[in-house]
Design a protein around this ligand. Sequence first.
Ligand SMILES: Nc1ncnc2c1ncn2[C@@H]1O[C@H](COP(=O)(O)OP(=O)(O)OP(=O)(O)O)[C@@H](O)[C@H]1O
Length: 280
Amino acid sequence: MFHRLSSSFSRSIIFPKSRSFPQHLRHAPILSYSSLKMTDTQTPDNLKTPNSSPIPSPTKPETLRSLEFQMGSCFSVDPIIPPPNQIVIVISGPSGVGKDAVINKLREVRQGLHFVVTATSRPMRPGEVDGKDYFFVSREQFLSMVEKEELLEYALVYGEYKGIPKKQIQEFMAKGEDIVLRVDIQGAQTLRRILGSSAVFVFIVAESELAMVERLIDRKTESQEELLVRVATAREEVRHLKKFDYVVVNAKGRLDDAVNRVESIIDAEKSKVHQRVVRI
Ligand SMILES: Nc1ncnc2c1ncn2[C@@H]1O[C@H](COP(=O)(O)OP(=O)(O)OP(=O)(O)O)[C@@H](O)[C@H]1O
């Protein structure tokens, strides 16, 4: 290193021909051999002068200017890589695995995400809030949205319509937010056809079938008949796992772990060299 520096500095300096090289740097101090920082103990004997005064070290700005001069251009303050693209993350899984629980927690702990509010024709459950949990609309209103092509995807789920309003996604992506969609397996399949690999698909599972069924029973929002349909459907739905990009286990009492895992997926996606590009 020492040899390379000293020999290059001892040669005459040729000004770069680049037009971009700023005028003021043409007069910038050039680091010479004598200005290289070197403590007395490191100085070779044959270079020591009697009663030599301490050699002043170049300041940081001087070093920078000198390096810029030798590189032939100024160092840019622009980011080396552009900011990551916004992502669309689709969270799905069988009924009762805890999709809403994961999403509600994610909402609390992570900034910069927009959780798309799905439109549905199903009646409100106790504790649900219109515009927060879902946009509750009549069947007629829902079908009118379908006709006007205002929905990215829609489906008839357990006898009720559910659909994703396109405008909401476009608006929040324009604001720089990442989009979280919460859909059932049927919806995820349709979204995969529409969005392909431009979106990230995450499958939430319970640790076991029994745990999932117990959660549904404990939730006390379905009748015995409805429970049977959901459980039978869930058993079939687990087979769709292979069409997803990631799987997250939401084990009993371990909701935070599941949410951390989803956050890690978002972080990994944001760090991808080849970013996904979503157009809706
Ligand atoms: N990790 C967990 N440990 C214990 N209970 C949980 C956990 N995750 C969710 N639950 C509970 O399980 C029940 C079902 O969860 P949730 O409603 O979020 O499921 P879901 O997948 O959104 O269901 P659906 O698709 O039917 O709407 C809820 O009562 C919820 O509080």
